[in-house]
Each structure stands twice: as structure tokens, then as C-alpha cells.
Design a binder for this molecule. Sequence first.
Ligand SMILES: [Zn+2]
Length: 60
Amino acid sequence: MQVTCPVCKKKTTWEENPWRPFCSERCKLIDLGKWASEEYKVPGEEAEEKEEKEKKETDN
Ligand SMILES: [Zn+2]
């Protein structure tokens, strides 16, 4: 079975894939990082939210 990595949209396999549904450990960590920092929001708002957050962090 083939699945599309939710992070980089590359095709990867489901079977024998320790990082499924991601294509690699890197993409898995990216996705986990998004959840951890609450950046995983509605697509389209994502970029804006991120800039906002980075600004706040700089102010601190
Ligand atoms: Zn990927």
C-alpha cells in the first residue's frame, strides 16, 4: 500500500515503514513538532500564525 507523507507529500509505503504515515523520521519529527508548538492549525492560516509567534518570541 502506498501513502502520501502528510508533511512533504512524497509517496511512501505503509508496510515495513517505521515512520508511517510519514516517509521518514525527519517528517515524523516535523509533524510532532508542529503539534507540540500548536502550529498545526487550519491550512492557510499557518504561515501567518507562525510569523506572529516568532515575533512574540523575539520580543521576549
Ligand atoms: Zn515526508
